[in-house]
Design a protein around this ligand. Structure first.
Ligand code: AVJ
Length: 373
């Protein structure tokens, strides 16, 4: 049974969506009203801010079985599972548990990217701020726990921080913590899948925007999708704005492979957890215990790959679909491209950015790049 949503209309024409969490109240109780969970998904969080401030009670309420965005996501998920090989979009890693597991990954001894990038931001913060110039709003894509931006706030002194993430509740909690720690900083959370153009609240000024996309998350996209994304980021930054982006660089195979095959098995758990999230979104019946974590470097594409491999013959069902997996068959769950710095600078130029400045650590493992929009 999929999620249900209510469209609320307010006296002065405002509209808001309310959703019931998937799977919690059984179907018969959904209309009872007592199991109301405020779960604003994708577009709805934006629509809510369009409700008039003085709206207290909705004047009408329409029940909808599903949001168009959710419907579309389910179609894509089902379609991707029917491919050979099957695949799952990397954004599905990040449900609440997935966000927590990813946080644990960033603290693993083998997982060098986060610590290397943080050290770079810390050491080069003043240089970065000089290169960026005046910054009115700092817009972080895939902000997650908003840990990295803390390292930039005092150097950049923005008026406003906007955290954008697919995990809406997770990033909302993070920006609230940030607001408590940095009095005077305006904060805002936007739940959005950044592969579509991101709509910001109207109060975010068009001038002085710095788009921040750290963590080498751009590596999750194929090169052509990355180009589309970079162009969208340039549009989001606007004239006079800029992009500050972190990329993981190619390096020794052992170092790369260890980072995605940690001894404690956290990455394996993170990989398997994607199936729990898919079960939530698609009402499928994956059993994560039937799948093994596989991660390796694909040199031909200069990317780390993660897969889930069936430990036995597996039968998976969901409304409107089913798939049989043979023992040993894989689902491709992630690519993490490692671009040589000159190649990535070329991509930025091709996307229309100018005057790039790059900082790397002493081992040349990671780069932080500032590009003018
Ligand atoms: C958040 C996409 C940068 O690719 O290294 C960590 C995600 N996957 N371990 C990465 C991830 C496995 C991470 N990114």
């Amino acid at each position: 049974m999929g999620p249900w949503h209510a469209l609320l209309s307010y006296p002065k024409g405002g509209r808001a969506w309310i959703g019931w969490s998937q799977g919690l109240p059984p179907a018969g109780e959904r209309l009872g009203g007592q199991a109301f969970l405020l779960l604003f998904r994708e577009g709805p969080r934006m629509l809510l801010s369009a409700a008039p401030a003085d709206a207290q009670a909705p004047t009408s309420m329409a029940m909808l079985p599903d949001l168009p965005a959710t419907h579309h996501a389910r179609k894509v998920l089902g379609h991707d599972l029917m491919r050979t090989p099957a695949r799952i979009g990397a954004k599905y890693f990040y449900d609440q548990r997935g966000c927590e597991l990813f946080e644990a990954i960033t603290r693993l001894p083998e997982y060098y990217p986060t610590r290397t990038e943080k050290a770079l931001l810390q050491a080069r913060g003043a240089d970065i701020a000089r290169s960026v110039g005046p910054c009115t709003s700092l817009i972080e894509l895939g902000a997650g726990n908003c840990e990295k931006v803390r390292l930039l706030l005092s150097a950049l002194q923005p008026q406003c921080f906007v955290g954008v993430d697919v995990a809406g509740d997770f990033v909302q909690a993070a920006v609230e913590r940030l607001a408590r720690e940095f009095p005077g900083l305006e904060v805002c959370a936007v739940e959005a899948d950044i592969t579509a153009p991101v709509a910001l609240p109207a109060r975010i000024a068009a001038e002085g925007r710095l788009v921040f996309y750290p963590g080498s998350s751009i590596g999750n996209f194929d090169p052509d999708q990355s180009m589309t994304l970079l162009r969208q980021m340039r549009t989001l930054a606007g004239a006079g704005g800029g992009l500050l982006i972190g990329i993981d660089l190619p390096k020794d195979l052992q170092v790369l492979e260890a980072a995605y095959n940690d001894a404690a098995g956290v990455t394996a758990e993170f990989n398997r957890n994607v199936l729990r999230h898919v079960n939530q979104c698609l009402d499928s019946d994956f059993d994560p215990a039937q799948w093994a974590h596989v991660a390796f470097f694909n040199a031909a594409h200069s990317r780390m790959e993660m897969h889930l491999q069936a430990l036995q013959a597996v039968q998976v069902r969901w409304p409107g679909g089913a798939r049989a997996f043979a023992q040993g068959e894989r689902i491709h769950t992630e690519n993490s491209y490692k671009y040589p710095l000159p190649l990535f600078l070329q991509m930025l130029t091709q996307a229309g950015f100018k005057a790039c400045k790059a900082w790397t650590d002493e081992r040349d493992w990671f780069a932080v790049i500032h590009a003018r929009a």
